[in-house]
Design a protein around this ligand. Structure first.
Ligand SMILES: NC(=O)c1ccc[n+]([C@@H]2O[C@H](COP(=O)([O-])OP(=O)(O)OC[C@H]3O[C@@H](n4cnc5c(N)ncnc54)[C@H](OP(=O)(O)O)[C@@H]3O)[C@@H](O)[C@H]2O)c1
Length: 215
């Protein structure tokens, strides 16, 4: 029987290593990459994410089933979309004009829709973007824990959303599915669940109230 999906985490800054560590802990084979030489992150990976493999981004992606984009959005343009063709891609990125600068295509849009348009050969799911990296690690709990929190999973492809919901569940959160990338706007900066770590019930209520206020 095949084991869990292989993950490539692109980005070894704040959130990439946390996602990688949670995934290693959940039993996933994990590779992590920056835009540069894996030697540069070999020692830190060994110390901080034991069990993860530092690799060139292209090699990590080629061998992966799931690719997590944990890079600043203003660096997204430097990624070759062809590299990600056929992959299930988790968009964990946010549009932050204060640090990304103004990126016109993203202004006023669901950022993952813009990402998905560029990655036309990939199935893009928005997830793991709305919880800060400290909390993401500290608040992870096994299924059934009374203080387990929720994390949103948004996408246009139900099978892709289901697969990433499985990942989110295994790394420690109750997945709350949103049925389109557009609906995933609630997960982005300014949305009702961005930057707060909520139980499933609180999360669902916040999303409902937001929808009501928009209506
Ligand atoms: N910080 C958080 O708490 C948090 C939580 C959830 C989501 N996010 C989102 O996740 C994204 C990353 O945030 P961060 O705070 O982790 O950023 P960060 O600390 O600045 O780290 C960015 C990482 O991306 C790498 N990188 C840049 N371009 C790359 C490329 N083309 N291929 C592979 N790696 C590349 C950088 O390495 P090199 O420069 O050496 O290539 C660096 O390791 C942002 O969009 C952010 O909004 C952040």
């Amino acid at each position: 029987m095949r084991g869990l999906s292989r993950l490539a985490v692109l980005g070894a800054g704040h959130v990439g290593p946390v996602i990688a560590r949670l995934a290693v802990g959940a039993g996933y084979p994990v590779a992590i990459a920056t835009s540069g030489d894996p030697q540069d992150i070999a020692l830190i990976t060994e110390l901080v994410i034991p069990g993860a493999q530092p690799r060139w981004a292209s090699d990590a992606v080629a061998d992966a089933d799931i690719v997590v984009l944990a890079i600043p959005l203003h660096r997204f343009g430097s990624l070759d979309p062809a590299l990600l063709d056929g992959k299930l891609v988790v968009d964990a990125m946010n549009y932050w004009p204060a640090s990304d600068g103004v990126l016109e295509p993203f202004d006023g849009h669901a950022s993952s829709e813009v990402v998905a348009r560029r990655l036309a050969g990939s199935a893009v799911v928005k997830a793991l973007n709305h919880i800060g990296y400290h909390e993401l690690e500290d608040r992870a709990r096994p299924a059934g824990a009374p203080d387990r929190r929720a994390a949103g999973v948004a996408g246009d492809d139900p099978a892709a959303v289901a697969a990433i919901a499985g990942l989110v569940d295994r790394i420690g959160y109750d997945p709350v599915r949103l049925d389109s990338l557009r609906a995933g706007r609630v997960l982005q900066p300014g949305g009702p669940v961005f930057g707060v770590v909520l139980t499933r019930r609180e999360f669902e209520r916040a999303v409902r109230e937001d929808a009501r206020s928009m209506a």
